[in-house]
Design a protein around this ligand. Structure first.
Ligand code: BG6
Ligand code: GLC
Ligand code: GLC
Length: 923
């Protein structure tokens, strides 16, 4: 079929060839003609069968059922709504594939709702045959060349051009500007394009051409352009129908019905690609010998069988095959054929349209046939007109059956008894073939009586619609750039992380020497991890994380724990110190009663997760509150004394407070009981901090030079001297300013669970103010502090969640959003938590390197005991921390152990060690 659509009529210079057999008599002739035309008759039952079969295929393809292979593709586009009409701006549109061997470039100006319509400027270019069948690069170079030739002639500003690419072949789209060609149709067969992203190929060609800088913003099928360009009318235009060289339709489907999409809300435009429909049961009885011959001789035998009965590229060819057959039988042209009549592609769509039109005079039909080198008699003209009408009527009826299937599908998915819908129609067959349209419309009414359909011819052959999609795509791309700019400061590179590690090392050294430093490096008086010989029953308190816990810890050959969680209301955490400690003692009393321990004075270990200057194991002066606690009259006081005083006030109980322990230390001890190499404790929960075993000789202020002592780094305060300023973003500053301890715990505020949600919230507020999120509308709920909890961040980033579940979580928070919004929120969360994990990793790298150097080792193998809800619940946090440590401390082999029992167990173990040592000294 190489020549179809490209060659015109041959002049009658070639010789006729005539049948040598005797010509049939008049009655035989009319029988032969009847027989031939009869093949093109399609009964109503057959049309209904095609409609039903196509509908079945469509629904099967939507459900994503791969077998048996669905007969239509149902390709989702990235168009989610029909236009608002508010779109504005100048756009270049390049159309390839809709109309035969030509390519069209348009300059479309959208003027929004109010503005006057501006007629587009356009130019058509004929694609040479060798380009249509040559190398893909040649085709795209040709397109780029046409683009610049067109633009050269435009008296307009050509800066920052945005282009919409109408590419009318079956494609898998993966974005508004990403589309992979599945297979060529309609007489195109360029090599090296199938399986490739056609947008990229066009971009490459434009770059090679070099004349203009053009941003290819969107790619659409012609059906989508037709639908999107439809003037907004009384009823929504949700179907686009094209009958041009090929045929196809698109329509707005409920996203939840499209299995390949991970989306349960809204609608998405689906391109049916009905041209490929071929169901032997339904189409078989309708196919004529001419259809088989046409298919056999085409560029793509066996493919696009339905399209080959309807598309304009094939109608002329079908007519030619019938006429040649009738001539050979001696029924037409006195039994003579001409070389032109026997050449593929010699009869074009426009000839068929003209000959079929009853208003065309016999003289014109005569002339067309003569141009084909034929000598038609008077009766031939009429017969030829019958043939054209039969071929076109069948095409219109089949097209109607397909459209009726789409309407039924739409009706099913909308669950409506009657469907009122507008169908935008485009393509030369629809536009220039009045009879085609009237047969189509009449047949649709017969086949889908429950649908009230109005047909609206497309504007500018779909160019306006492509510009509409391009406008939306350009807006989305601009939003993406703003999102990237906003998140850029959160994306830390190796050098930045190495600088954090180096600064941390400096601050550690200063802190240990007792010099001014944002790292306090507090001695804990814990000198060794447990050795397994500890025994007894202990009470433990765990205050300062998400939960306040009271525990009974039984240490025998193993450890048995019974515990109870109590709440600390915010009014208590931020009330008076006395109130807080009275509340703690009340909880202990309650626990003792529940456990039948009343009256017993068990040794008690107190995990108190705030910075304390310890003077011994059982003495800790609270330096300052962190993490949202602010009980009065506690800072500067010995916490153990405050607890003892509360016990005294509550006369009934006797408690023996033996040790006060930071949660990092409790965690290290707890994990150290299982793994003797555990010499670091790390918390990433509400707050963040680390402790590790330091050489005593390096610790100023504690007597003794041999052995080690656990140091509570209080790294949450790292950077409070301004040393993290270069990493701090405007969002960090906002979170800090709004906190109850501005200027304090700057490292913690970039890492821990109490603050990450707030950073996210501030970023979302900013993106909303830029118009990038929530359509720029300020959402009251987003003004609420602390709506994003750690748990929420962890949930939202879980790999197993589909985008629609992310959206559901956000909607539960009271944030109404689109899928685009949900995706952006997810990306914001990812950027924020990734930075947190990397900073945490840089801190751990500083610590392990310090230990390695302390010990003069080439390589260090060490374990880190870790606790905290962010670390434990977040899907990626722990692996990102580990990866950063590997990168920044390559000479250390670091194992992370998650603490299963909380740091209460560690506090009990510290207490047990202290009791053992006390007994030893008594002996
Ligand atoms: C565990 C420990 O629960 O983790 C606590 O037992 C510690 O001592 C806590 O404070 C930290 O995590 P979060 O997420 O509860 O602050
Ligand atoms: C062919 C293409 C399809 C296009 C139609 C009309 O069927 O495969 O994508 O929409 O022709 O041009
Ligand atoms: C805060 C506290 C610190 C604790 C950490 C983790 O940073 O100041 O002592 O270890 O939170 O809970």
């Amino acid at each position: 079929m190489d020549s179809i659509g490209s060659s015109g009529l041959r002049q009658g210079e070639e010789a006729l060839s005539c049948s040598e057999e005797g010509l049939p008599g008049p009655s035989d002739s009319s029988e032969l003609v009847q027989e031939c035309l009869q093949q093109f008759k399609v009964t109503r039952a057959q049309l209904q069968q095609i409609q039903a079969s196509l509908l079945g295929s469509m629904e099967q393809a939507l459900r994503g059922q791969p077998s048996p292979a669905p007969a239509v593709r149902m390709l989702p586009t990235y168009v989610g709504s029909t236009p608002h009409g508010t779109e504005q701006g100048d756009f270049v549109v390049l159309e390839l594939g809709a109309t035969g061997a030509s390519l069209r470039v348009l300059w479309v100006t959208l003027t929004g709702i109010e503005g006057h319509r501006v007629e587009p400027r356009s130019q058509k270019f004929v694609i040479p045959q060798e380009v249509m069948l040559g190398a893909g690069q040649q085709l795209f170079d040709f397109a780029a060349h046409c683009l610049s030739e067109f633009l050269d002639a435009q008296p307009v500003n050509k800066q920052g051009l945005q282009l919409g690419f109408s590419f009318s072949f079956p494609c898998h789209q993966t974005g508004l500007d990403r589309s992979t060609l599945i297979s060529w149709t309609k007489g195109f067969r360029c090599s090296g394009v199938e399986g490739q992203d056609v947008v990229q190929l066009l971009r490459d060609a434009i770059r090679r051409q070099g004349a203009y800088s053009i941003d290819v913003v969107a790619v659409v099928n012609d059906t989508v352009g037709t639908m999107m360009g439809c003037e907004p009318g009384v009823r929504p235009c949700e179907v686009g129908l094209v009958v041009d060289t090929g045929t196809n339709a698109c329509y707005m489907e409920e996203a939840r019905h499209v299995a390949v999409l991970d989306e349960d809300r809204g609608r998405v435009c689906v391109s049916v690609e009905w041209g490929s429909f071929s169901d032997d049961g339904a189409l078989g009885p309708v196919l004529t010998t001419f259809d088989h011959t046409l298919d056999h001789e085409s560029l793509n035998p066996g493919a696009q069988r339905f399209e080959k009965m309807i598309g304009g590229l094939y109608l002329g060819e079908l007519v030619r095959l019938v006429l040649a057959h009738l001539a050979r039988c001696g029924v037409l042209f006195g039994g003579c054929t001409s070389p032109a009549l026997l050449s593929q592609g010699s009869i074009l769509l426009e000839h068929v349209a003209e000959m079929e039109d009853p208003s065309t005079g016999a003289a014109r039909v005569h002339a067309i046939l003569q141009d084909l080198g034929l000598s038609p008699g008077a009766s031939d003209v009429e017969l030829v007109q019958h043939v054209c009408a039969a071929v076109c009527t069948r095409a219109a009826q089949l097209c109607a059956a397909a459209l009726a299937a789409v309407l039924s599908c739409l009706q099913h998915s909308r669950e409506q008894q009657t469907l009122q819908v507008a169908v935008a129609t485009g393509g030369r067959v629809c536009e220039r073939h009045p009879r085609f349209c009237s047969v189509l419309q009449g047949t649709v009414m017969l086949l889908a009586p429950e649908c009230d359909v109005s047909f609206i011819p497309s504007v500018d052959g779909g160019g306006r619609g492509v510009a509409m999609v391009t406008a939306v795509a350009a807006r989305l791309a601009a939003h993406r750039r703003l999102l990237e700019q906003t998140l850029a400061p959160f994306r830390l590179n190796h050098d930045q992380l190495a600088a954090v590690q180096a600064q941390m090392r400096k601050a550690m050294a200063k802190g240990l020497r007792g010099e001014a430093s944002s790292l306090r490096m507090l001695p804990t008086f814990v000198r060794a991890t447990p050795d397994g010989s500890e025994r007894g029953d202990f009470l433990a308190l765990d205050l300062g994380g998400t939960n306040f816990r009271v525990l009974l810890v039984r240490v025998t050959t193993g450890v048995q724990i019974t515990s109870e969680i109590y709440s600390i209301p915010e009014t208590v955490a931020q009330g008076s110190g006395q109130q807080l400690f009275d509340h703690i003692v009340d909880c202990i009393v309650d626990f003792q009663q529940k456990q039948g321990l009343s009256g017993q004075s068990l040794p008690l270990g107190f995990t108190f997760s705030f910075p304390c200057r310890q003077l011994g194991l059982d003495q800790g002066i609270l330096l300052n509150w962190t993490k949202g606690f602010k009980a009065s009259d506690c800072e500067g006081q010995d916490v153990v004394s405050l607890l003892r005083e509360a016990i005294t006030r509550r006369q009934a109980v006797e408690l023996n407070v033996v040790a006060i322990v930071n949660d990092t230390v409790g965690t290290m001890m707890s994990c150290g009981y299982e793994d003797p190499r555990c010499e670091i404790g790390l918390i990433v929960g509400t707050g963040t901090n680390a402790c590790y075993m330091e050489e005593l000789r390096n610790v100023a202020g504690v007597p003794g030079d041999s052995g080690r002592m656990c140091i509570n780094m209080e790294w949450g305060a790292f950077g409070d001297d301004g040393s993290l300023a270069m990493l701090s973003t405007r969002f960090d500053a906002s979170v800090d300013q709004a906190s109850i301890n501005p200027g304090k715990q700057r490292f913690e505020k970039m890492i821990s669970g109490m603050y990450l949600g707030e950073i996210v919230r501030h970023i979302l507020l900013h993106l909303t103010s830029l118009g990038v999120l929530f359509r720029g509308q300020q959402i009251q709920r987003l003004q609420t502090r602390d709506i994003f909890k750690t748990k929420f961040l962890s949930e939202i980033e879980s790999d197993s969640l589909a985008l629609r579940q992310v959206r559901a979580i956000l909607e539960d928070l009271g944030l109404p959003l689109t899928s685009d919004d949900a995706l952006m929120v997810l990306e914001v969360c990812q950027a924020v938590s990734q930075r947190a994990a990397q900073l945490c990793g840089a801190g751990v790298a500083a610590v392990v390197e310090k230990i390695r150097e302390n010990r003069g080792l080439e390589e260090l193998a060490v374990s880190v005991g870790v606790d905290g809800t962010l670390y434990k619940l977040h899907p990626h946090f722990s692996s990102l921390v580990a990866a950063t440590v590997r990168e920044l401390a390559p000479r250390c082999v670091v194992t992370f152990l998650q603490s299963e029992d909380g740091s209460g167990k560690g506090a009990a173990l510290v207490t047990a060690v202290a009791c053992r040592l006390a007994q030893l000294t008594r002996v």
